[in-house]
Design a protein around this ligand. Sequence first.
Ligand SMILES: Nc1nc(=O)c2ncn([C@@H]3O[C@@H]4COP(=O)(O)O[C@H]5[C@@H](O)[C@H](n6cnc7c(N)ncnc76)O[C@@H]5COP(=O)(O)O[C@@H]3[C@@H]4O)c2[nH]1
Lengths: 180, 180
Amino acid sequence: NVAHGLAWSYYFGYLKFLLPGMDKRIECSKHWKTDSTKRRMCKKILLLYPSSCHCRLRRLDEDSSGRITHEGEVELLQDRAGVVGRVYKNTVYSVVSKEGKKFYFVGEYVTCIRTMYEMEQSGIAGLKPDDTRLLSTKFLITIKQILDRDKDCTNMYRIIFYEDSDQSGKTASLPDHIVK
Amino acid sequence: NVAHGLAWSYYFGYLKFLLPGMDKRIECSKHWKTDSTKRRMCKKILLLYPSSCHCRLRRLDEDSSGRITHEGEVELLQDRAGVVGRVYKNTVYSVVSKEGKKFYFVGEYVTCIRTMYEMEQSGIAGLKPDDTRLLSTKFLITIKQILDRDKDCTNMYRIIFYEDSDQSGKTASLPDHIVK
Ligand SMILES: Nc1nc(=O)c2ncn([C@@H]3O[C@@H]4COP(=O)(O)O[C@H]5[C@@H](O)[C@H](n6cnc7c(N)ncnc76)O[C@@H]5COP(=O)(O)O[C@@H]3[C@@H]4O)c2[nH]1
């Protein structure tokens, strides 16, 4: 079933080697090394999961009413399946809290959501909006179970599930979800 | 079902935007522009598909008895699902035919095969070798159907399905399969 395939693929093809050592890679980035930013940078990668599965945004700094800014990246290179030096890049953003404090984090949407969204939108995969919700729930349960069993991934990530009532994968409160 | 999920993910998450314009990207690479190599470079990306689904090799130039050499890359950058400037890199290799002629090509394994292989090997996904074969067949049929319907992808790729009896994702004749 589709949700299982996507969850296992997301784990074996990405999280299994990305997450272990994520904290070290963040520590090596220039944002960590700057004293002023160090105390306000999260050492876990934030994986955003909008309830609608619509991750319409290509970048987290679009549409965020200026509260999220693109700051840089952390990279991991790996030879894989015939591609020499495949690049696994994660984006560093900063977010301003309601009180005006700036926090730094590595974040992105859970990539598979984009696939589920496009499968539904295109119509060619035969997926309806209700199917997507079900798929998404199964996917989330499965990926959490998989990650719980991998000790090397523990504490390297946080899945942030949030309600986006406007179905756009963003909400005015996304920056606040992140700040928390 | 798993094969469908992987096929749709491979299409929406990769081939749908990678393949259109692949020929232009190859033409812009330095290998194409050199007269001596131009006449012997394939303008389609070669997607290798070993029958065992075991793509044990990380790079095509390992174990190829020196006949395959890493020559360079072509890249595509795209903002996607929160990652700014995600890198989609394809590797350029050269291969020497039995007559000693050198050909250039952009090639890699069909990435999802690696996922199926690891799901089976790890045991945690509950997949047995027979399941993998079935999964692989369904995946191949599905991805071919999807690509046949996308006119922008036509003539941009060739899926090379080959028998690897030693179950290692490579065969002494791999270079020859490629040369053809
Ligand atoms: N955010 C993010 N950054 C990454 O670098 C990345 N790499 C993979 N993934 C996600 O992990 C999972 C497993 O990846 P796999 O490589 O087996 O399948 C991939 C792979 O078969 C193919 N593909 C995608 N990008 C590339 C690439 N750069 N090179 C080769 N193949 C690729 O298309 C499938 C779907 O990709 P995405 O839909 O982007 O999400 C993937 C997927 O959910 C990523 N997610």
